[in-house]
Design a protein around this ligand. Structure first.
Ligand code: TYM
Length: 326
């Protein structure tokens, strides 16, 4: 069976970009594949977080993922720091990737530009991500378009490790959805919707109230030529609305454009589709939030399951390098 792995950082509440670009596909894929999903708390501390906040954020994110439809009975869902093999394997990855390769990562450059304190962990972030993926003999990594470069470097690391030390890791492929792979900020439609953009009016949170969602989508930035057409370069705002509506209703954004002659009705339908998409998730989240002990129980089971695979792969990697067995 195809092995699928993906991860998400516990930094701030999720937005519809995370949902349409990644999580929605994870929910589908869990039924067709052997799927493993990880709350990557060690990645989140590459940027300074408020003291004591990461644990609560990991719990909340896990509940959001379950509310979105990840079923811990069907897939494996766990928190990265609960499986220590990730940190250990990351060191092997750091010794397999070069300074030059890490220096070329666009996400590092973007994030470093926004930080006063640039941790070494922020620089070596892709090595930890490679460890996440390679520890599980992963075939497919379902992600939004912004993660393509991280999966590419993971492939390079796996190939280099295999050629140096013999067949050890499966070389994974990124799976990027046709619609929703790059949801843009509603106020700044040339920037991707992002937890770190600090644009509350441009970001639709998964827990936003229906009224708030309608308001944000109604005030989304478009343009003045009043023609509904899918053209990301020339019409980023309108194209973003078409992409969101298309992803939420499983339709192709280009053909959807033909249904509209004005921006008003496009905005109304997009808001309606997003509200309906999120309604069941929001109701389920309220239930899960009330029972943190049950979430913790499920996460511990998930970590136990993950560890079984991760420990075997890590041991294989250490043996193949030729480290002295303990
Ligand atoms: P993160 O936490 O930033 O995002 C989680 C997922 O959401 C997708 N995404 C988007 N998709 C469409 N439009 C957007 N505006 C948008 N914003 C975010 C991301 O592409 C991602 O799939 N480095 C990763 C976490 C990670 C990981 C891994 C992923 C760590 N280890 C191993 C895959 C495999 C990240 O920061 O994702």
């Amino acid at each position: 069976m195809t092995r699928v792995f993906s991860g998400i950082q516990p930094t701030g509440d999720l937005h519809i970009g995370n949902h349409l670009g990644a999580i929605r596909n994870w929910v589908r894929m869990q039924h067709e594949t052997d799927a493993i999903f990880c709350v990557v708390d060690l990645h989140s501390i590459t940027i300074p977080q408020d003291p004591g906040s990461v644990g609560a954020a990991s719990l909340r994110l896990s509940q959001m993922l379950m509310a979105a439809g990840l079923d811990p009975q069907v897939c494996t869902l766990f928190v990265q720091s609960h499986v220590r093999e990730h940190a250990e394997c990351a060191w092997l990855m750091e010794c397999t990737v070069s300074f030059g390769e890490l220096s070329r990562m666009t996400q590092f450059k973007e994030k470093a530009d926004r930080q006063q304190f640039i941790s070494a962990g922020l620089f070596t972030y892709p090595a930890l991500q490679a460890a996440d993926i390679l520890l599980y003999d992963t075939d497919e990594v379902p992600v939004g378009a912004d993660q393509r470069q991280h999966v590419e470097i993971t492939r390079d690391i796996a190939e280099r490790f295999n050629s140096r030390h013999g067949e050890t890791f499966v070389v994974p492929a990124a799976v990027i959805p046709a619609a929703g792979a790059r949801v843009m900020d509603l106020q700044r439609p040339t920037d991707k919707m992002s937890k770190s953009l600090d644009s509350p009016k441009g970001t639709v949170g998964l827990l936003d109230e229906p009224k708030q969602i309608a308001k944000k989508i109604k005030s989304a930035v478009t343009d003045n030529d009043n023609e509904v057409r899918f053209d990301v370069e020339a019409k980023p705002g309108v194209s973003n609305l078409l992409s969101i509506l298309g992803a939420a209703t499983d339709r192709d954004p280009e053909s959807l454009a033909a249904d509209y002659t004005q921006y008003g009705p496009l905005k109304v339908d997009t808001a309606e589709a997003v509200i309906e998409l999120l309604r069941p998730l929001q109701a389920r989240f309220a239930e899960l939030e009330a029972d943190p002990a049950e979430t913790m129980r499920l996460l511990r089971l998930g970590a136990d399951k993950a560890r079984q695979t991760a420990s075997v792969t890590l041991a294989r990697a250490k043996t193949n390098i030729g480290l002295l067995e303990g």
